[in-house]
Design a protein around this ligand. Structure first.
Ligand code: GCW
Length: 721
């Protein structure tokens, strides 16, 4: 008799431990953690402010808002908050639209709501009939959902919510993730496991991940997702797959997330049985129209197509002597009646063209300005080469005033240490967005080109190549989550400072404790520059390992094409190093507007961070620090490694301030990063030293291997290829 309770106790303990394990902080919850607010005064204030939630009106989106608020507040306040249809309490959280909610309508917000458009919202504190209201109001249900997430964020970051008076609306219309996910679930340049989309079990099995993915995107305002790789497979356009696509679209719809697909240009041949994919051929045009109409029967709010054409072996209109505009317009016509758009990528460079690769997209696309249909966006990478650790802004920004240009950032860290590197990318994204193109005079920033204000475009867009996979923590590295978060936040409002985004993300993802937030934010803010320093300082670029792009490879030469090598880009020789893109070289500088051209073309005025991007500079040239170029290179490479070591120190001091599991995860990845940073530094300096013939300055750490050793390294099975 006596043993039973003991057994029961043990069982309970066991179950407890088990659930404790399952509940461990593995990063799955992302920034949507709703643990009880730690600050006692704030907690009390929040409990007082919200006694009841009222959402009048009904739709799947409002249900999502209701559920999120309910779960969020229950967790954050540590007590259940009842829902009601009409006020019964004193302090009420009310969310809705004037058309769906009588309560919201009575608050007379018409004028204020006008300013926030289709996706924006208001957060207000007000009183009425002796009751206190915290109001989440919008013109649309999706605005209500976005506002709900914002409200929860205020609590998660322990802000004052007693006198709310804010309005928020996105600056850019199409805020889209690009998944480079293949149908076999491998992910090109993906470092977080396999694709989220389990094509084999769709449409019948709906993974909880799909819902949580949609929630996460909605929480930061991302409103579109391209499910498939730009190196496209036409099969996704066949009925078998369209059913699966429809199942995902159904899950995403309440969260305002539209589905897009990549269109393989040769699909009419591959799955349509036609002999050609010529965009001016009537049969081909009819095929795409019919195919698009068919897609809309599966996904009535299908967003449209993303296309990589005549680039890196992908088929395209040029196969038939047609232009990129001919190709884009054909697809645009096919989806126009259903409100679809085409995102046509400008990432093109010819394998027959001997000209500087950095110039080719501009040369190809600028003459086509004005020739695209209204529902086409031309999607341009942030820089003219390819998502390098640092690039100057792409010269197409500002150069095609009649065409809406969509920004393409890479969130996945193909060239930034891949899965093991802590790189906070807000400063990098903002460097591009804030760059001045001078297209319409001073102040013509890239951000204004992209958000449409410079040339008055209504259709605007921004894309981020996703870093998400089926790893438990979604992004492989816990800190990779910060870049998904950042992309969404900047897509909504590119004016947000990097520090603020980091601050929010840290508080929501880890803790509000300032002993953690302040130093770790500082570490994040320096992380991108550190990588630039130990990989490609002073404007160097494209010197990574061949094909998998992992690790240093400044010696890479030969092979199928010159512009896939490293030597093509760094041009190191006995005299100096760097790619002359001035008049005496490729003259790529001429593609910018005159004030920018003048700055980049001048050896003295060119910002040092772009020096070797635009100039071939002698080893003995004196840079701003007073050092010779060679010595500066040595110091930059070394300082990158030093910063990583400081990051390790900072992180080690955080032990005990965050959960053990994520603490250890980051600690171990920083160990890897330090090794990789040293590998980059030593390999690059030893290699470049064969040209400079100068010693590494005395006070700097020396490589402990030979150049031959580094050149012999040949990492196998690097992920993401
Ligand atoms: O950065 C390069 C990548 C390719 C990628 C290509 C692109 C999807 O190495 O893997 O292909 O860019 O952007 O199309």
């Amino acid at each position: 008799m006596k043993r039973k309770p003991v057994c029961l106790l043990l069982l309970l303990l066991f179950l407890n431990l088990l659930s404790g394990r399952l509940m461990a902080e593995d990063g799955y919850r992302l920034w949507l953690r709703y643990d009880q607010v730690q600050d006692a005064a704030r907690l009390q204030a929040y409990r007082q402010a919200v006694n009841e939630i009222i959402i009048q009106g009904s739709s799947p989106t409002l249900s999502a808002a209701q559920e999120e608020l309910q779960t969020g507040l229950t967790g954050l306040l540590g007590q259940a908050i009842p829902a009601a249809q009409t006020p019964t309490q004193q302090n009420i959280l009310v969310a809705g639209t004037p058309s769906g909610s009588a309560l919201i309508k009575e608050l007379n917000l018409t004028d204020k709501l006008k300013a926030v458009g289709d996706e924006g919202y208001l957060l207000l504190s007000t009183t009425k009939n002796g009751r206190k209201y915290t109001v989440i109001a919008a013109n649309t249900d999706i605005g209500v959902l976005y506002g709900s997430f914002h409200f929860l964020r205020l609590l998660q970051t322990q802000q004052d919510i007693s006198k709310l008076s804010l309005a928020s609306a996105p600056k850019i219309k199409k805020r889209v993730l690009n998944h480079w996910d293949n149908l076999d679930r491998t992910v090109e340049r993906g470092y977080a496991g396999f694709s989220l989309w389990k094509w084999h079990t769709l449409p019948d099995y709906i993974d909880q991940r799909y819902i949580d993915y949609a929630r996460a995107n909605a929480s930061i305002g991302i409103n579109g997702t391209v499910l498939t790789n730009v190196n496209a497979n036409a099969l996704v356009l066949t009925p078998v797959y369209l059913k699966k696509v429809a199942a995902l679209a159904n899950v995403f719809r309440p969260y305002g997330l539209k589905v897009y697909l990549t269109a393989r240009f040769s699909a009419p041949i591959e799955i349509g049985g036609l002999k050609t994919a010529d965009p001016l051929d009537p049969q081909v045009r009819a095929w795409w129209k019919k195919k698009s109409d068919e897609i809309y029967t599966y996904v009535p709010d299908f967003g449209g197509f993303l296309v990589k054409a005549n680039s890196e072996g992908q088929p395209g209109p040029q196969n038939y002597g047609r232009t990129h505009a001919d190709g884009a317009n054909m697809l645009a016509d096919a989806v126009a009646a259903n409100g679809g758009i085409v995102m046509w990528r400008a990432f093109v460079y010819s394998d027959k063209e001997p000209d500087d690769r950095a110039k080719q997209a501009y040369n190809e696309f600028k003459p086509l300005d004005g020739q695209f249909r209204d529902n086409v966006l031309v999607q341009v990478k942030n820089g003219p080469i390819d998502f390098q650790p640092r690039e100057p802004f792409h010269p197409l920004f500002g150069a095609m005033p009649k065409t809406p240009l969509m920004m393409e950032f890479q969130i996945t860290q193909e060239y930034l240490g891949q899965g093991t590197t802590l790189a906070y990318l807000a400063p990098m994204y903002k460097e591009t967005l804030e760059a001045d193109t001078y297209a319409e005079g001073k102040g013509s920033t890239v951000a204004k080109v992209v958000d449409g204000t410079l040339n008055n475009h209504k259709l605007t867009g921004i894309a981020g190549v996703a870093n998400i996979g089926d790893d438990r923590d979604w992004t492989g590295h816990q800190f990779g989550q910060s870049n998904w978060y950042t992309f969404g936040r900047l897509a909504w409002d590119h004016n947000l400072p990097s520090e603020k985004i980091a601050d929010e993300w840290l508080k929501m993802t880890f803790t509000n404790n300032n002993r953690f937030v302040a130093p770790v934010k500082n570490m994040m803010m320096n992380s991108h520059e550190a990588i630039v320093n130990y990989m490609t300082p002073l404007g160097l670029h494209h010197i990574m390992g061949r094909s998998h792009h992992y690790g240093p490879g400044p010696w890479v030469e030969g092979g199928p094409r010159a512009d896939w090598t490293a030597v093509y880009y760094h041009r190191a020789d006995a005299q100096g190093i760097g790619f002359d893109r001035t008049k005496t070289g490729s003259n790529a500088v001429a593609q910018y507007f005159p004030p920018v051209t003048r700055k980049f073309a001048s050896l003295e005025k060119c910002p040092e961070k772009y020096l070797l991007w635009f100039h071939h500079v002698s080893w003995d040239y004196k840079v701003n620090s007073g050092r010779t170029l060679w010595n500066e290179l040595c110091y930059k490479y070394s300082s990158g490694v030093d910063t990583v070591r400081q990051m390790q120190e900072t992180w080690n001091n955080m032990e005990g301030l965050v959960d053990e599991e994520r603490f250890n995860h980051v600690k171990m990845f920083l160990t890897i990063q330090e090794k990789e940073a040293k590998w980059w530094r030593d390999a690059c300096l030893l290699y470049f030293q064969t040209f400079s013939k100068q010693p590494i300055p005395q006070d700097l750490e020396k490589p402990d291997h030979t150049l031959d050793y580094f050149m012999s390294l040949d990492p196998k099975f690097v992920p993401g290829i």
